[in-house]
Design a protein around this ligand. Structure first.
Ligand code: ADP
Ligand code: MG
Length: 767
């Protein structure tokens, strides 16, 4: 295409999230793709923008310069001004002087030259310079006017009027309005390039990434935190006027040198051929290292052929980037690698709002990533292939565990999501939560931890309840770690969330059964329905039975088994409900478990996100630990069948022990009968268990050793506690908890600490 004598690369308008993107293909253009530094480029862009309406302008080379809406508006207006001046022929003779005045003839050609220069030639290349020239010419002509005779003044006033008209028109444009601010601050006429630089600084991104990164003016933002995720830097900011914090990533692939972009795009073209097929997608993670090695040699090749010098590290970095955007999850992979995030939300319509996330320390955060429809589509393709499940109008929900990322993604599409597909990612903590860690984050206190640990050791039936995201599964996981290691544990889940591999690694005897998902449409046929699986589980003999989430029919089977005692020992599960009473309501009224069976539940724990008064911060807290008594018949609340052992006091932000209620507890009575311990001894045991966990927390804080609270060590500490107790009982008839605790602390301070500090390695990046 030829415009104004210049060869221009192709351009096209593409709609994305309701915005018109004017995209120039600059790859084969002989000019550089930059409206700031290259006048010719600026000329092309202004010319096209004078004819085409656009919201965003993109110059696309191996990387892309994106001019946002404000910048595009600035450029557009100038383009339109060019058109306007031409249509109006501002340089026509009758605009340059007195048409009847003979005296003017001598000046006309010069005035013509001036107006054409300002209103056309300069305007098309350098609008700010055109404006400055206009001002200068105005001054000059005004001077001549003042000195001129009457005859001259007649013609000059026409010319002055034209110049003034140009000036007013210039000053109506956003670009000149903005530039004026800079101009008045400067004494000398500046190099206009510098002004364009500040006004038209574009976001640069590689063309192979769809997502744009938005960086707001950092001036008014307060930096709260800064860390890196692999090679990407993350910054958390607070904005004075907004409630949510801002989460900015700056991945290396957005700021590489042009040579590296060149190598990247060449490499991508070459490797596009050997993308893994659908069948091998699931084996991808293992293949990843293999692919990265292939990419590395390709990158080295491309660099060599094009005389680009790359260090070994740089080749590795580039190959990681190629992997991320070919077989990986693209830009999302960076978010998914930040394990301080717990959730990532991409809402529809995609691209209208940036990606939101929930940060474990800063709550809800707004990221600087503007995801695109194209990226969402390829994500859907990937999820469909990996899960081997349908996702279409008939199956608008797709839940799936991303392999190796310990992340679960929930995808919804039309017609359920009317504005198109949307994603919610739940990032699981990489190591299981422990009761000590929960004490550390004030989810519960040491008394509650002691109580839980003691009851689990005494083989009770426990339901962990709460809303979505309140930490039920996490608490269930922490509870599992309190089960003595000589107990066999059978875990049944439809999505694999509980820390089974980790538990096996540290010596637990766990067997997991994966069941058919209750939601998400047509499940694969090889998976067993939860109810059927549970019958199998029960047949596997005496074990602790753990149900990841109690959702439907299996509840009946489970409770029936508990009622007749065939479930044996510990039974635990989570249930979506926000109080002990609503657990009963759901189990009995929704899941149709008879009251008599429901009473096989011993204990209900309820977790809830608490919003502190006067603050936007919310935190998770255990709000109820409730015993289910056995005497009632119809409604446990009316008949006082639910006895709070602990209850959360929001004013004190503490989970309080309900001492008066303890006297009425049937549970303690039962444990007393079973264990032969008296009430005081039971409490001594509970307190000691709590104190030992608190001791680890205190030590962690003092020594700044977060590892100490990881399951690997807390589980060792639990074992040691039990061993010391056994040993003590062999030598004595009565337990002396204080003495055991003393001995245990000794061991912690010597053996355990040494193990922890000896095992600390520098953190591995997840690149
Ligand atoms: N007490 C807590 N403090 C901070 N984060 C927590 C806490 N408990 C759980 N989480 C995190 O919250 C997210 C949701 O927890 P999860 O146990 O899956 O909730 P639920 O099963 O109730 O939906 C997880 O990323 C988890 O690591
Ligand atoms: Mg859960």
């Amino acid at each position: 295409m030829k415009i104004g004598g210049f060869e221009v690369g192709d351009w096209a308008v593409k709609e994305e999230a309701g915005k018109r993107n004017l995209i120039f293909a600059c790859r084969d253009c002989i000019y550089s793709a930059n409206v700031v530094t290259d006048q010719a480029c600026r000329f092309h862009v202004l010319k096209i923008l004078s004819e085409v309406q656009a919201d965003i302008t993109v110059l696309s080379e191996v990387y892309e310069r994106v001019y946002d809406e404000l910048q595009t508006q600035q450029l557009s207006e100038v383009g339109q001004l060019l058109n306007k001046f031409a249509i109006e022929s501002v340089w026509a003779t009758n605009n340059l002087g007195n048409p009847l005045g003979k005296a003017d003839e001598a000046y006309l050609s010069n005035r013509y030259r001036i107006v054409v220069t300002i209103a056309q030639d300069l305007l098309a290349f350098d609008p700010i310079r055109a404006y400055i020239t206009c001002l200068q010419e105005l001054l000059r002509e005004q001077g001549r006017f003042d000195k001129g005779n009457e005859e001259y003044k007649k013609g000059s006033s026409v010319f002055l009027k034209t110049l003034n008209y140009l000036r007013t028109e210039f000053e109506k444009t956003l670009m000149i309005k903005t530039a004026k601010k800079f101009l008045t601050q400067l004494k000398e006429v500046p190099d206009t390039k510098e002004i364009y630089q500040t006004m038209l600084e574009a976001e640069v991104k590689p063309s192979f990434i769809g997502s744009r990164l938005l960086f707001e003016e950092a001036e008014e933002l307060e930096l709260l935190d800064e860390y890196s995720v692999g090679k990407t830097s993350v910054q958390i900011f607070r904005h004075p006027l907004r409630t949510e914090s801002l989460y900015f990533i700056n991945p290396p692939e957005y700021s590489l040198s042009p040579e590296k972009y060149f190598v990247l795009s060449k490499t991508r073209e070459i490797v596009a051929g050997y993308k893994p097929g659908k069948s091998s997608l699931s084996a991808l993670s293992k293949a990843r290292t293999y692919f990265e090695r292939i990419y590395q040699s390709t990158i080295a090749d491309v660099a060599l052929q094009n005389n680009i010098k790359l260090e070994k590290d740089e080749v590795k970095e580039l190959s990681a980037i190629v992997a991320r955007y070919s077989i990986g999850y693209g830009i999302l992979e960076i978010l998914l690698s930040d394990r301080r995030l717990t959730d990532i939300y991409i809402d529809s319509p995609i691209g209208q709002n940036p990606i939101y996330a929930v940060h474990s320390d800063y709550g809800q955060v707004k990221t600087n990533i503007l995801y695109t429809e194209g990226e969402a589509q390829s994500m859907v393709t990937k999820l469909r292939a990996m899960s081997a499940r349908p996702f279409d109008e008939a199956h608008p929900v797709l839940d799936f565990d991303l392999p190796d990322l310990d992340t679960r993604v929930a995808t919804i599409g039309p017609p359920l999501a009317t504005d198109g597909v949307a994603f919610a990612f739940r990032l699981h903590k990489l190591t299981p939560w422990t009761l000590s860690q929960f004490i550390d984050v004030k989810y519960l206190n040491s008394t509650a931890a002691g109580l839980i640990s003691f009851f689990i050791d005494n083989q009770l039936t426990i339901i962990v309840a709460g809303s979505r995201g309140s930490g039920k599964t996490s608490l269930l996981g922490a509870n599992l770690l309190e089960i003595p290691k000589n107990t066999r544990i059978l875990i049944q889940e439809d999505t694999l969330e509980l820390p089974v591999p980790y538990m096996k690694k540290i010596g637990f005897n766990v067997q997991r059964l994966k069941t058919q998902s209750a939601i998400g449409g047509a499940a694969s046929e090889i998976e067993m329905p939860a109810d059927e699986a549970l019958r199998t589980t029960l047949r596997l003999g005496n074990s602790a039975i753990i149900l990841g989430e109690v959702r439907s029919k299996e509840a009946k089977t489970l409770y029936e088994a508990m009622r007749v005692g065939s479930a044996g020992g510990i039974v635990m599960g989570t249930l979506h409900a926000d109080s002990a009473y609503s657990v009963w309501d759901r189990v009995v009224n929704d899941l149709e478990v008879p009251n008599t069976s429901f009473k096989a539940t011993d204990l209900i724990m309820v977790a809830r996100p608490i919003r502190f008064s006067g603050s936007l911060k919310s935190a998770r807290r255990i709000v109820q630990i409730t015993e289910v008594k056995k005497h009632w018949v119809d409604d446990p609340e009316r008949e006082e069948g639910l006895l709070d052992l602990m209850s959360y006091d929001a004013k004190k932000d503490s989970l309080e022990l309900m001492e008066d209620n303890l006297k009425e507890s049937e549970l303690f009575e039962r444990v007393r009968k079973m264990s032969g311990l008296n009430f005081d001894e039971i409490w001594a045991e509970i307190k000691m268990r709590g104190e030992s966990k608190q001791y680890l927390v205190d030590l962690k804080r003092e020594k700044k050793l977060p590892q100490l609270l990881e399951a690997e060590y807390t589980s060792l500490a639990n074992d040691k506690w039990l061993l010391l107790k056994e040993k003590f009982l062999e030598e004595n008839t009565k337990l002396d908890h204080a003495e055991i605790l003393g001995e245990w602390k000794n061991w912690v301070n010597t053996s355990l600490l040494k193990r922890v500090t000896g095992s600390i390695k520098p953190e591995k990046g997840k690149e």
